[in-house]
Design a protein around this ligand. Structure first.
Ligand code: DGJ
Length: 731
């Protein structure tokens, strides 16, 4: 009787609230973002986290929190306007046609559309009651992967220009005891150096102002733990990133209620954008996944989403390759290259990739000081052109790929001489170079045609080209566009229009060449993001190929990007043995930057065999679930594992990352993860160097339960610095 009364009471209460308020739950299979209007029809977040099984109960949440300070009702705004009653960091700031700087956004309507079994899109229309300005917020959820993608579209219906001063993609609100941010800094060859910080009152900002790319010093990727630091398998954590290949800004503001406001989007720095009457602006996507079971699960969700929905051909295959960059730098000719093709074949890779230095005649590209922009084959080095190389590679039995950096120009080039107005430079200031080069002005449609033409000409003349490495080394200094000046648009649009111009070019390339694999490179990994990866199949992680450094770098990248997208090459950057270098490179998309002829007999035999092992395991590494077993940032070794969907194959990579004498404490068994407890498995050490022996009896079968409870000791030591174990179900 009591129960029934309580139920009726709750039902009535909820309905009373319902009568006044609109509640919008946006759910994945595990999580929910729940929005609700307040008494004045403003829309705010009332819940972010685990979803409730009874959707009808969401509407009661609003009552649980009281924000009764003067202006606190806006803290949880789903798109915080500025200039009216807001005192916190806005998501949206505009200058109206009449010079007024205030805005207010009220809920008008929303709709939810099921795109397929897994994907749902909710759009919410907000309007300023005073000015004809609309914002539509989009939330696309991927149920199984627990990923949410969100962006906004701003529409101007004023009779004149609306100036967008801040136009964020996402504005989220979290309620927890404490917040821990895991973020990154870096530089060339030092990508993805992690840092942890407990957020305190005020604003912590991650941002970049580099122009041509998002990252060099700071990527737009981060992890946010709630209540306490999440670990690999435990704790509440959100993995987030902005899908935008230019300036970004992500603010974390801890408000006076100790709640956390997140505002992420294009960096408003020097980027006021004009919207003419009836024009719209679509912001880039903010992408996040939330897990209550630690960073590992969150990252596997992100990988599953990225492979299925984002990375070009993410569920497909990739080519192993031999690149000539570190083998020759600019010093090569036709003969040297064709001899390297033979090496590629002997080694057993799929493709030869010709890097920088193959073009320009008036100012030959014999170093990084000249030639960029002049995309004709250098006649001295390549008298018979690219066509000849493609033929010779085919004859040698390998495919042929080529490097380009089509957005850039060296002042020492014919392009610069002919088209100074295509170059991003401040006409009245001295030029400032980054790697002796300047970016071309991609806001200019003629430049877009030129950049598209570089690729289109290569493919038209040589349809057999099987791969492109697209580099982008310089950042934007002196952000000034002659095109914007000529067309009377504000210079403040350059940063945004550059990136939009780049995407237009990539759209055109993909319309005509939908499949050809392309590697995204920016003097390393600086350019990777989830918008660019719509067009690219993979990215160059870093110019730093020292395997020890790579273990740490790949570890951090691996939270956000699956192995299939990460290009890892074996080079001579470090003098540790080829086994260590190879094992580390295997944890992604493997390639080589070496002269095969310089390998001794054992090194060559080892490498040929490793490529065979890779052929057998690459499906599991690229498409399987990744488990991080021992974290090298906290231990003297690293261990990570990949398991395929059928759970009948796995591979475990183990490395000694510290040479100190007292190593014994760490060298116990390591518990595997993600196997089937009821299956039987056999272990086999692979990539065993000729003349040495593996440490396992390959005949013994272990249950999945044993391997996940007791574990495997890879017996890593100073004499066995890297150990790779293949795990196969006994059928
Ligand atoms: C920078 C890249 O990261 C390298 O791999 C190489 O392609 C050079 N550019 C070529 O200039």
């Amino acid at each position: 009787m009591k129960k029934i009364f309580l139920f009726v009471f709750l039902f009535v209460e909820i309905n009373k609230i319902n009568a006044q308020r609109i509640t919008i739950p946006i759910e994945t299979s595990q999580n929910a973002l729940v929005l609700q209007t307040d008494k004045d029809n403003r829309l705010g977040t009332i819940h972010f986290g685990k979803k409730l099984s009874q959707t009808s109960e969401y509407s009661a949440i609003g009552k649980a929190y009281k924000y009764d300070d003067n202006n606190a009702g806006i803290y949880n705004s789903i798109y915080t306007p500025s200039g009216s009653w807001n005192l916190v960091e806005p998501a949206f700031e505009v200058l109206h046609t009449d010079g007024n700087t205030s805005s207010e956004l009220k809920y008008i309507s929303h709709q939810t559309q099921k795109i397929d079994e897994n994907v749902t899109q909710t759009s919410i229309l907000l309007k300023d009651p005073l000015y004809p300005v609309e914002v539509t917020l989009y939330f696309k959820t991927y149920a199984k992967e627990n990923v949410m993608e969100q962006w906004s579209v701003i529409k101007n219906q004023e009779k004149g220009n609306l100036i967008l001063k801040k136009y964020a993609s996402a504005n989220l609100y979290f309620i927890a005891k404490d917040y821990y941010l895991h973020h990154y800094h870096g530089g060339w060859a030092k990508e993805m150096k992690p840092e942890d910080t407990k957020l305190t009152a005020g604003i912590k900002t991650l941002d970049s102002k580099l122009g041509t790319r998002a990252n060099l010093f700071q990527p737009p990727t981060f992890m946010l733990s709630f209540d306490r630091q999440a670990t690999e398998d435990d704790g509440k954590v959100l993995l987030g990133t902005l899908a935008w290949s230019g300036n970004f800004k992500i603010d974390f503001e801890k408000d006076s209620y100790q709640n956390l406001r997140l505002i992420a989007g294009i960096n408003p720095f020097a980027s006021e954008y004009i919207l003419a009457t009836n024009e719209e602006f679509k912001t880039p996507s903010f992408i996040q996944t939330y897990s209550e079971n630690g960073k590992g699960e969150a990252s596997r969700n992100m990988h599953n989403w990225a492979r299925k929905y984002r990375i070009l051909d993410g569920e497909g295959t990739r080519l192993t390759l031999l690149n000539n960059w570190e083998a020759t730098y600019f010093d090569f000719d036709e003969n040297k290259l064709t001899s390297l093709f033979k090496g590629a074949k002997e080694l057993g890779v799929d493709m030869f990739l010709l890097d920088d230095g193959w073009f320009a005649n008036k100012y030959p590209r014999n170093g990084d000081v000249a030639g960029l922009g002049d995309w004709q084959e250098n006649k001295k080095k390549l008298p018979n052109g690219i066509g000849y190389l493609v033929k010779e590679a085919t004859k040698a039995g390998v495919k042929f790929g080529i490097w380009v950096e089509p957005e850039m120009v060296n002042p020492k080039s014919e392009l610069y001489e002919k088209h100074l107005d295509w170059v991003i430079r401040e006409p009245n200031r001295p030029e400032t170079y980054f790697r002796n080069q300047l970016p071309l002005d991609l806001s200019n449609p003629e430049v877009q045609d030129f950049v598209y033409g570089v690729l289109d000409n290569l493919f038209t003349k040589n349809p057999e080209i099987a791969f492109i490495k697209w580099d982008c080394n310089a950042v934007t200094y002196n952000a000034h566009s002659m095109y914007l000046e000529r067309t009377k648009k504000p210079q403040t649009q350059l940063y945004v229009d550059y990136v939009k111009g780049l995407y237009k070019v990539l759209e055109r390339i993909r319309a005509k060449y939908p499949k050809v694999p392309m590697m995204l490179c920016s003097g390393g990994g600086g350019r990777v993001d989830y918008e660019a990866l719509k067009y690219f199949t993979e990215f160059w992680v870093s110019d730093n190929t020292d395997p020890l450094e790579r273990i740490f770098m790949q570890w951090e990248y691996s939270y956000y990007y699956p192995a299939i997208a990460q290009c890892n090459h074996i080079t001579d950057w470090s003098n540790v043995g080829i086994k260590f270098r190879t094992d580390v490179a295997m944890m992604g998309k493997m390639g080589y930057d070496i002269v095969v002829g310089k390998l001794d007999e054992k090194e060559l035999a080892f490498s040929q065999n490793a490529l065979k092992n890779y052929a057998n395991l690459k499906g599991t590494i690229w498409h399987g679930d990744m488990y991080r077993l021992v974290n090298p940032f906290e231990n003297q070794m690293a261990s990570a594992q990949y398991v395929n969907a059928q759970k009948d194959q796995a591979v475990m990579f183990n490395y000694l990352t510290d040479n100190r004498y007292d190593l014994n404490s760490l060298l116990g068994p390591i518990q595997l993860k993600g196997l089937d407890a009821t299956k039987k498995y056999k272990l086999k050490e692979i990539n065993v160097y000729p003349g040495t022996k593996g440490a396992f009896n390959e005949e013994v079968a272990y249950s999945g339960e044993y391997l996940m409870t007791i574990g495997v000791n890879p017996h890593v030591s100073n004499n066995r610095k890297s150990v790779v174990i293949e795990i196969n179900e006994v059928k």
